[in-house]
Design a protein around this ligand. Structure first.
Ligand code: DNO
Length: 347
C-alpha cells in the first residue's frame, strides 16, 4: 500500500514541502487543471509537473482526474475524436511513469454536497449532504456554487446540456462507458496505466440524471464487460458508503481479491437521515463506516495499490478548499497508516 495525498498544483495552499513532512507519504495525486476536458495533455506539461513533484522527493504515480468529456458520456458523434485524445493523454502519462488514472462517469455534476461548512459541536466544520435541501434545487435555474459543480458552463449551456441527457437512461450511459473503455483499455495495457473509475457521489440519481457506478451491480457490469486488470476501480469508502446498501468491507474484499482496486479514497461519514449524511473525522468511531474493517479487508485480500485520505474537516482555524485542507487530511493519513501497520503486524 502506498499512502498519497491530493495536491491541486502550484495554486494549492498546501505546499509539497508540507505534504512531504507527513510521515510515510509516498507521493501526490494531482492533475493538469487548465487543459479543458477533451483535449490532449501535452507531454512537456506532464513532464514538468512530475519534475516539480519529484524535486520534493515525492512520486507522481496517480492522476486524479483526466476528465471525460460530456460528449463521450452522451455518445455524441464527436466522441471518437475525443476518445482518441484521451488515449493520447494516457500514452503521455504512461511515458511519465504514471500508473493509475482516476476518473468518473457522472453526467454533468461530479460530487455534490448541500453544505460546505456545517459547524460541528467541537467547532470544526465539515461537508454535509441533505437530500431535502438538494431536492429544492433546480440546476437549470439555481444560482449557487457547489464543489462538484462545473462552473465553466454558462446557465444557457448547462440548460442545453441537461436537455441532451433527456434521452440518456442508465442502460445507454453504461453502453457509452463500455464503448469508451473498450477503446481506452487496450492503450492502457500498452502504456501500463490502470484506469480506476470513481463511484458516483452520492450513489443515487441527482436531478433526474442517470448514475451507474453506485453499487455492486454497476461495478460488476463495468468490470466484466471490459475484462482487463487495467479496467479497475477507485474504492471510495465515503461515496459508496453513504448508501447503507453498500457494505464497504465486503466490496473491498471482493474487488481487492479480484485485483481490480487500483486506488482507495478513505473517508468516513455519519448518517443523519435517509439519503443524508455529514462527513466526519477518519476514525471508525467518529462516523458510521468501519474503517478498520475496510482496511483489514483490503490487506487480507492482497491490496497493494495507492490510497489517500479523502476529505477532511476544517480544523484549527484553517480555511481550506472544501474537503481539502491540510490538517485533518494529515491526521487521516496518520490514522490510516497506523491502522495498516497494526493490521499487517497482527494478521
Ligand atoms: C471529490 C473527489 C472527486 C473525484 C472525481 C474523480 O473529492 O473524490 O471529485 O476526484 O470524481 O473523477
Amino acid at each position: 500500500m502506498k499512502m498519497t495525498f491530493r495536491w491541486y498544483g502550484e495554486k494549492d495552499p498546501n505546499s509539497l514541502e508540507y505534504i512531504r513532512q507527513i510521515p510515510l507519504m509516498s507521493g501526490v495525486v494531482t492533475a493538469i487543471y487548465d487543459v479543458p476536458a477533451g483535449q490532449v495533455w501535452p507531454q512537456e506539461r506532464i513532464d514538468a509537473l512530475k519534475a516539480t513533484v519529484n524535486a520534493m522527493n515525492l512520486e507522481m504515480e496517480v492522476i486524479e482526474s483526466v476528465p471525460v468529456h460530456e460528449d463521450i458520456k452522451l455518445g455524441a458523434p464527436t466522441r471518437d475524436k475525443l476518445i482518441e485524445n484521451y488515449c493520447t493523454t494516457i500514452r503521455h502519462l504512461g511515458k511519465a511513469g504514471v500508473k493509475v488514472v482516476c476518473y468518473n462517469f457522472m453526467p454533468v455534476f461530479d460530487w455534490m454536497r448541500s453544505d460546505l461548512k456545517q459547524r460541528m459541536p467541537d467547532g470544526s466544520t465539515c461537508l454535509a449532504y441533505d437530500q431535502k435541501t438538494v431536492d429544492m434545487l433546480d440546476p437549470a435555474i439555481s444560482d449557487l456554487s457547489l464543489p462538484g459543480w462545473d462552473e465553466s458552463y454558462t446557465r444557457e449551456q448547462l440548460r442545453d446540456l441537461l436537455k441532451q441527457y433527456d434521452s440518456i437512461n442508465e442502460k445507454k450511459l453504461m453502453d457509452n462507458l463500455i464503448y469508451f473503455l473498450s477503446k481506452v483499455i487496450p492503450v492502457c495495457e500498452e502504456s501500463n496505466v490502470k484506469m480506476a473509475i470513481h463511484p458516483d457521489d452520492p450513489p443515487w440519481s441527482l436531478f433526474g440524471l442517470p448514475r451507474i457506478i453506485s453499487d455492486e451491480n454497476g461495478v460488476d457490469e463495468m468490470l466484466s464487460r471490459v475484462n482487463s486488470p487495467y479496467n479497475g476501480l477507485t474504492l471510495c469508502s465515503g461515496s459508496f458508503g453513504c448508501h447503507p446498501k453498500n457494505d464497504i468491507p465486503r466490496l473491498a474484499a471482493k474487488y481487492a481479491k479480484a485485483g481490480r482496486i487500483h486506488f482507495v479514497h478513505a473517508r468516513n461519514i455519519k448518517f443523519t437521515g435517509e439519503n443524508s449524511f455529514h462527513e466526519s473525522a477518519h476514525p471508525t468511531s467518529c462516523g458510521s463506516l468501519d474503517m478498520y474493517g475496510i482496511l483489514k479487508a483490503l490487506y487480507e485480500n492482497g491490496f497493494d495499490g495507492y490510497i489517500r485520505p479523502d476529505h477532511g474537516r476544517n480544523i484549527w482555524c484553517e480555511d481550506g478548499r472544501p474537503g481539502y485542507g491540510l490538517f485533518d487530511r494529515a491526521l487521516g493519513a496518520m490514522y490510516l497508516t497506523g491502522l495498516w501497520e497494526g493490521i499487517s503486524k497482527t494478521i
